[in-house]
Design a protein around this ligand. Structure first.
Ligand code: NAD
Length: 425
C-alpha cells in the first residue's frame, strides 16, 4: 500500500508544465525494469516561497513573489536556473526543477534538480531595481542554497551580470567570497569559458548527431529558431558556422524570415543594437506562430514552455524538433509529431549543455584551476555525443521515442540513487 495523496498546493490548470511533467513520468513507467519509488518523483523535496520587498527608483515600495524549488537532491546538490518573468508561478518552477533532476541524470552529472524564479517583468524595471530584487531574493533563499546544497544559474531573464550579484550577495552574507554558489558567472569572478554559449552549442551537437543518423547533411540544412536569447542566439550561430541556413528566427517582439538564410553574425549585431530581431534588413516579417509551420530540417524552440501543442503540432513540417527550451512540446503534441514522423530530441537531453558546463564551472571553482575554452568545448561535445548515443540506442532497441528513452535512463538513475540511499529515518 502506498499513501500518496495529491499535493494540496498545486493549483495549475490541466496542460500546465507540472501536469505535463507528471504525464511524462507516467509514460515512462511501463518501460522501467523497476518503477518502485517513482511516486516520490511527483513530490518536490523542498519549496521556499519568499516575499521580496524593494524600493523602486521612484521611492515607492513594490513587492514581488519569489520561489526556490528543490525537486530532488538524491544524486547531488540541487542545480537549476533563476527565471525573472511575469508568468513565473509555483507550478512552473516545480516543473522546471523536476526537469533539472532528469537533465542532470540523463547526462550523468552529479547534481539533483532545482529551479528558482521571481514573478516580475525585468523589461519594465531599471537595472538598479532588478539588482535590488535579485539581492533581496538571494538573501531570502540564502538558507537553502550554497555550493554544496543548491547552486543557481541563469535562465530566462537572467544573465552573467545577475549571477555576479547572486555570488556577491551570498558572499556578503557569509563574510567570504564563495564563487561556487552559482554558475554562469562572468569569467572575471570564477565563471567558466564557454558557459555563455554552452546550451546553444549542446543543442547544435544534438542536431548534428541526429543528422548523422538520418543522413541529413548540415551544409544547407534549413533551421528555424524560436527565441533569440541566450540559447537561441548561440544555437543559431553554431548552425550558421556549420553551413546550415537559419531561415527564420523570432523573439517576444516578432519573427523574421529569409529563405536564402539569414546572416546570423549581422543579426546578432542588430539585436545588440536594437534589442530585437525585428527590423533586421534583408529579412521579411513573419507571424510568430507561422514559424512552426515552415518546411525545414531542424526546428529549435528556444523560448518558453507549451509552444508546440495539439493545435499547431499537426502543421509542423520540420524533420526534427531539437528542444532548446524547457518543456516547449506538450505530451499531446509529442504524440502528434510522432505520428507525423517528426523526431523530437527532448529538452532534458538537447539543452543539457548549459548545466554540463555549469558543472565544469563548479568543479573549476572548487579546484581554483581553470581550463581553456577548447578543453571545455571538447569535454562538452563528448558528454553530449555520448548521452545522445545512449538515448538513441535505447530508443532503437525498445522502439520508443527519444523522450521516453531519455526518461527511462534518467528516472532509472534517480531511482537507483534513491534506493541505494534508502528512506530516512
Ligand atoms: P533568454 O531570456 O536569454 O531568452 C529568451 C528568448 O525568448 C528572448 O529572445 C525572448 O524575446 C524570447 N521569447 C520570449 N517569449 C517568446 C515568444 N512568445 N515567442 C518568441 N520568442 C519569445 O532565455 P534563455 O536563457 O535563452 O532560455 C530560453 C529557454 O531555454 C527557456 O526555456 C530556458 O528554461 C531554457 N534553457 C536555458 C538555459 C540557459 O543556459 N540559459 C539552459 C537550459 C535551458
Amino acid at each position: 500500500m502506498i499513501y500518496d495523496p495529491p499535493l494540496s498546493y498545486v493549483s495549475e490548470e490541466p496542460g500546465g508544465p507540472w501536469s505535463n511533467y507528471l504525464e511524462q513520468l507516467d509514460r515512462v513507467r511501463p518501460y522501467l525494469p523497476d518503477a518502485s519509488g517513482i511516486e516520490g518523483l511527483k513530490r518536490p523535496k523542498r519549496i521556499m516561497i519568499v516575499d521580496i520587498p524593494i524600493r523602486l527608483d521612484s521611492g515607492d515600495m513594490a513587492y514581488f513573489e519569489g520561489y526556490r524549488v528543490q525537486h530532488s537532491l538524491a544524486r547531488g546538490p540541487g542545480k537549476g536556473g533563476i527565471r525573472l518573468h511575469p508568468a513565473v508561478n509555483l507550478s512552473e518552477v516545480m516543473a522546471l526543477a523536476a526537469w533539472m533532476t532528469m537533465k542532470c541524470a540523463v547526462v550523468g552529472i552529479p547534481f539533483g534538480g532545482a529551479k528558482g524564479g521571481v514573478r516580475c517583468d525585468p523589461t519594465m524595471l531599471s537595472q538598479h531595481e532588478v539588482e535590488r530584487i535579485v539581492r533581496r531574493y538571494i538573501s531570502e533563499i540564502n538558507l537553502i542554497i550554497g555550493p554544496k546544497i543548491d547552486i543557481p544559474a541563469p535562465d530566462v531573464g537572467t544573465n552573467a551580470q545577475i549571477m555576479a550579484w547572486v555570488m556577491d550577495t551570498y558572499s556578503m552574507n557569509k563574510g567570504r567570497t564563495v564563487p561556487g554558489v552559482t554558475t554562469g558567472k562572468p569569467v572575471a569572478i570564477g565563471g567558466s569559458l564557454g558557459r555563455q554559449d554552452a546550451t546553444g552549442r549542446g543543442v547544435y551537437v544534438c542536431a548534428e548527431e541526429l543528422g548523422k543518423r538520418l543522413n541529413l547533411s548540415m551544409a544547407g540544412a534549413r533551421v528555424v529558431v524560436q527565441g533569440f536569447g541566450n540559447v537561441g542566439n548561440a544555437a543559431a550561430r553554431c548552425f550558421h558556422r556549420a553551413g546550415a541556413k537559419v531561415i527564420a528566427v523570432s523573439d517576444v517582439r516578432g519573427a523574421i524570415m529569409n529563405h536564402r538564410g539569414l546572416d546570423v553574425p549581422a543579426l546578432v549585431q542588430h539585436v545588440a543594437q536594437t534589442g530585437s530581431v525585428v527590423g533586421f534588413p534583408e529579412a521579411e516579417p513573419l507571424d510568430g506562430m507561422a514559424l512552426f509551420e515552415l518546411e525545414v530540417e531542424y526546428l529549435v524552440p528556444a523560448a518558453l514552455e507549451n509552444q508546440i501543442t495539439e493545435r499547431n503540432a499537426p502543421r509542423v513540417k520540420a524533420k526534427a524538433v531539437v528542444e532548446g527550451a524547457n518543456g516547449p512540446t506538450t505530451p499531446d503534441a509529442d504524440d502528434i509529431l510522432g505520428r507525423h514522423g517528426v523526431l523530437v530530441v527532448p529538452d532534458i537531453l538537447a539543452n543539457a549543455g548549459g548545466v554540463t558546463v555549469s558543472y565544469f564551472e563548479w568543479v573549476q571553482d572548487f579546484n581554483e584551476y581553470f581550463w581553456s575554452e577548447e578543453e571545455i568545448n571538447a569535454r562538452l561535445a563528448r558528454i553530449m555525443r555520448d548521452s545522445f548515443q545512449a538515448v538513441w540506442q535505447l530508443a532503437q532497441e525498445r522502439k520508443i521515442t527519444l523522450r521516453t528513452s531519455a526518461y527511462v535512463l534518467a528516472v532509472g538513475r534517480v531511482l537507483e540513487a534513491k534506493r541505494m540511499r534508502g528512506v530516512y529515518p
